[in-house]
Design a protein around this ligand. Structure first.
Ligand SMILES: [Zn+2]
Length: 74
């Protein structure tokens, strides 16, 4: 567990994929959830990534991921 909570499935298994730097300081981080594959930048507004702020239709139940329609294909 990384401790970073996924705004989509509420798991704490998100990993850092990339960081934006300016003058040696991290100004944003892109996280990816290893449970539901959602990816987000921590500088996005709460309306996009805020737990309990974004529509409940955005959330997924991490215990039942196989119940959701497949939206991405490889
Ligand atoms: Zn997730």
């Amino acid at each position: 567990m990384s401790g970073t909570i996924c705004p989509r499935c509420s798991s704490s298994d998100a990993v850092s994929d990339c960081q934006g730097m300016e003058d040696g300081t991290v100004i944003w981080t892109i996280y990816r959830c290893v449970v539901c594959c959602f990816s987000w930048r921590d500088s996005e507004p709460p309306s996009a990534i805020g737990l309990g702020v974004r529509s409940a239709a955005f959330a997924v139940d991490a215990a039942n991921l196989d119940h959701y329609p497949k939206i991405l294909q490889q």
